[in-house]
Write a protein that binds this ligand. Structure first.
Ligand code: PMV
Length: 351
């Protein structure tokens, strides 16, 4: 079997948090300072496609190609994922000696995003989720999505939520070894299938402050952050789960917007301050407010990750109003054009 190539492929979707993960209590294990909750978007719009293969003929050891370019795999996060997956495969091989010894072969990972990488569009979430799922498929591991989420979390925290479709929580857990810091399904996409996300690409440039260093600085220097993790997030988690269970969009939207504001306020409260949003981002907030004011009810919710791009959640039945209003803004305001905003409209949910 010397030159035999074993291969498996998978896709993983992007998720956009409505209660944000921001802050690590253990940077090595990627253990968060708070729980978080996200909506998984349709793979038709934003996804990573990854193929994992292994072979004794791969003489240069493990490798990763990302969007056609060789990518560094020496980082502790990627190494942790490889190590954990190999250990699980080795355990299978030990209990079933007829299995090929894949755990000892070099791995080749080939990964493609259909959206800009590291622009605050949760590329690391889909990326590490796809990497872990592809290798788990290659190794034919019996692990559940929650068990695989423990591994993906060590690649990138938010990645643990992309092992599931629908509405997904990452429970922070309280164990030191991280064995209870994993994702679970709050509700499948079919529970509330008419949720939509409009992605306003304000800038496709790589983000200025990485999420890892932004979190570190926030934990170290923001006083407001202490209040966020002790009070704001636990309350938002409860309210958000209730809103999703009851399919209450107005409540879902309010908590989404408040939580995004709270996260960016903490970033501004660090020393020196971190600004992820720009003037175009703030114009998007005003546009959502005016859409809701005109409608006389809350039909749209904005949220921003660690970058200027805006994600607007709305329900399918309000699509004409929400998309119509943004079409006007996108065409009419010069500031939008200068920053070359492009809209990726109407991302659906993923099962
Ligand atoms: O998974 P990371 O380390 O890229 O952090 C993601 C942080 C946010 O996107 C801002 C929030 C979240 O919960 O996804």
């Amino acid at each position: 079997a010397g030159n035999k190539v074993y291969r498996a492929s998978t896709t993983a979707p992007v998720n956009i948090a409505v209660v944000k993960y921001w802050g690590k209590r253990d940077a090595k294990l990627n253990l968060p300072t708070n729980s978080s909750l996200s909506v998984t978007l349709s793979q038709a719009d934003l996804r990573t496609l990854t193929t994992a293969s292994c072979s004794a003929s791969y003489s240069d050891g493990d490798s990763l190609m990302l969007n056609g370019e060789p990518s560094d795999i020496s980082g502790a996060r990627t190494q942790a994922c490889f190590r954990e997956l190999r250990a699980r495969r080795a355990a299978l091989e030990a209990s079933n000696p007829s299995l090929p010894k894949l755990s000892t072969l070099p791995l080749k990972i080939v990964s493609e995003n259909n959206f800009p990488t590291a622009a605050g569009l949760a590329s690391s979430a889909a990326g590490f989720a796809a990497l872990v799922q592809a290798i788990a498929n290659l190794y034919e591991l019996p692990d559940s999505p929650s068990e695989l989420s423990l591994i993906a979390r060590q690649g990138s925290g938010s990645a643990c939520r992309s092992l599931f479709g629908g509405y997904v929580a990452w429970r922070m857990g309280d164990k030191e070894d991280g064995s209870d810091s994993m994702a679970d399904l709050v509700a499948p996409a079919s529970h509330w299938p008419n949720m939509r996300a409009l992605i306003l690409v304000v800038s496709a440039a790589k983000k200025g402050v990485s999420s890892t260093s932004g979190m570190q600085q926030t934990v170290a220097t923001s006083g407001l952050f202490q209040q966020r993790i002790a009070q704001v997030v636990p309350a938002n988690m409860d309210l958000m789960e209730q809103a999703i269970k009851a399919k209450d969009f107005a409540k879902f939207a309010e908590v989404t917007m408040r939580d995004s504001n709270s996260f960016h306020a903490c970033c501004a409260d660090t020393y020196p301050p971190i600004f992820y949003m720009n003037d175009v981002s703030r114009a998007a907030i005003r546009a959502v407010e005016s859409i809701n004011a005109k409608a006389g009810r809350t039909i749209a919710a904005y949220t921003f990750d660690a970058g200027p791009n805006c994600v607007v959640y709305y329900l399918e039945e309000d699509a004409p109003t929400v998309l119509g209003a943004f079409a006007g803004v996108l065409n009419g305001v010069s500031g939008w054009k200068e920053d070359s905003v492009s809209a990726q409209s109407g991302a659906k949910l993923e099962d």
